[in-house]
Design a protein around this ligand. Structure first.
Ligand SMILES: [Zn+2]
Length: 469
């Protein structure tokens, strides 16, 4: 300001004034530039990995680094194992242009880690990431952001030990696998062809022992491979064949006549679920219910069966609706005829049992009610969880007497039979599900099947491992 005052006093010489103003502007620009170059904002490191991080055989860690103000200067990544540093990455980010004003503000890179090639053995290690920017802070070293995180190097796949050497599986039936894992694995279970059934610990005090109930679809035949699978936190996976004897089953074939009278009778219940197609014929409406709605209903059932307790809640054989006669069997293959012509085919994945109209429906076994309500073709339905992914389902009910979340004992009344949904006459449609798959209920009504395929297996592992369940 002094020079400005001086210039004014000297009679307003325009040249002097210009020089003074230019000097001032230059000084301001310099201060501005220095302030800018001395900014104290540390660079940003995007790292959303939960600790501890598991490193398998070969890993690529995505890393996004950013510094909007001064730009990135250097990224240095080191793995410290047993007191030894191994540099995983050292990237220098140059600046360019007049006064280095062209800078790299953001960069995504992948840090490659191959423990074996780097001479790193399995075990705990420390990952250190340091990132500097081009600020003039810290005597031109720049602002530093650093991060340290514990990692676990694990290059060995988990070992799976099958604990049930003798196994039988019926086509359309269920099974139980018991296996021991050499290390904790976020996912493990049984793969039956294309179907996967997760296994969990919790039945035995030894957390390494897992059990998995599974099902074989009625559509899967001899030669279907059953394997135990496990994948550890580092991504190492293992598979081992699960030996079993396959028992082929014959399923009934049925023809169902679909009349206009029948369609008109069931339509009111489905009115709100049908697509708004004013000119749709009765046949089209029926086909929508029998195909699209059936599929949507199945997905709703699978969603309801997504919640299960890691405990065997049930005891002994499952209860069949008392004093009832079978009307249709599991996996009956149905051909639907309309005006003498075949219009559809579907498989009936439950057992139809008829008793007196509005008969009380007892819970087949101890469990927790996980769903109550209307499920399209199944009508008013109750689904009970029996633990470890085993469910029983009761459909076409006229009335429901329980609520979701309620614990029920075997024989507790869940509701009354009826003909809601796609049903002809009062009956109970009873289904058993293992996770997402409908299996034959007949096995679960049979004390011998349960003894040979569940109880004896669980007990043999208990006695051999010396653990009490
Ligand atoms: Zn049925």
């Amino acid at each position: 300001m002094a020079s400005v005052e001086k210039a004014r006093k000297m009679g307003g010489n325009w040249l002097l004034r210009l020089v003074a103003f230019s000097g001032l502007a230059l000084l301001a620009a310099l201060i501005w530039f220095i302030t800018l170059r001395l900014e104290g904002e540390p660079p940003r490191l995007q790292w959303d990995v939960t600790s501890p991080l598991y490193l398998g055989k070969s890993v690529e860690l995505p890393l996004t680094v950013a510094d909007p103000k001064s730009g990135l200067r250097r990224l240095h990544v080191v793995l410290n194992k047993d007191g030894k540093d191994v540099v995983l990455g050292d990237i220098a980010f140059p600046t360019a242009g007049w006064l280095g004003l062209e800078k790299i503000q953001q960069e995504t890179t992948r840090i490659k880690i191959d423990p074996a090639a780097m001479g790193l053995t399995d075990g705990k290690a420390l990952l250190r990431i340091a990132l500097w920017d081009h600020s003039w802070r810290n005597w031109w070293h720049g602002n530093l952001t650093d991060l340290q995180t514990e990692v676990v190097i694990d290059t060995r796949p988990p070992a799976i030990e099958n604990l049930t050497p003798q196994n039988y599986v019926n086509q359309g039936g269920a099974g139980l696998a018991v296996y021991r894992l050499s290390e904790p694995c976020p996912t493990s279970g049984v793969r039956v062809g294309t179907h996967f059934f997760p296994g969990y610990s919790g039945y035995y005090p030894d957390k390494a022992i897992h059990i998995a109930f599974f099902g074989m679809s009625h559509l899967q035949g001899a030669g279907t491979e059953i394997v135990l699978e496990a994948r550890d936190a580092a991504g190492n996976s293992s598979r081992t064949r699960w030996p079993y004897h396959f028992r082929k089953k014959a399923f009934k074939k049925d023809a169902l006549q679909v009349s206009d009278g029948f369609i008109n009778q069931i339509l009111p219940e489905f009115h709100a679920l049908l697509p708004a197609k004013p000119n749709a014929s009765l046949k089209e409406k029926f086909l929508f219910i029998n195909r699209e709605l059936r599929q949507a209903n199945y997905e709703q059932i699978v969603a309801a069966a997504g919640k299960t307790e890691n405990a065997i809640l049930w005891k002994g054989p499952f209860l069949r609706l008392p004093n009832s006669a079978p009307r249709a069997g599991f996996a009956d293959h149905r051909t639907y005829l309309y005006e003498g012509k075949e219009i559809d085919q579907q498989d009936h994945l439950g057992v139809d049992l008829a008793s007196l109209a509005r008969s009380p429906v007892p819970a087949a076994n101890n469990g927790v009610v996980v769903f109550t309500g209307f499920i399209g073709i199944y009508g008013q339905t109750v689904i009970v969880d029996h633990g470890f992914g085993l469910f029983s389902m009761y459909s076409h009910l006229s009335q429901i007497a329980v609520k979701a979340g309620e614990r029920v004992a075997k024989e507790a009344i869940l509701g009354h039979t009826g003909s809601t949904g796609l049903a002809v006459g009062d009956h109970l449609h009873f289904s058993i599900l293992v996770r997402h798959l409908f299996v034959d209920p007949i096995e679960w009504w049979d004390p011998h099947w349960i003894q040979d395929n569940v109880t004896l297996k669980l007990d043999s592992v208990r006695s051999s491992s010396g653990q009490a369940g």
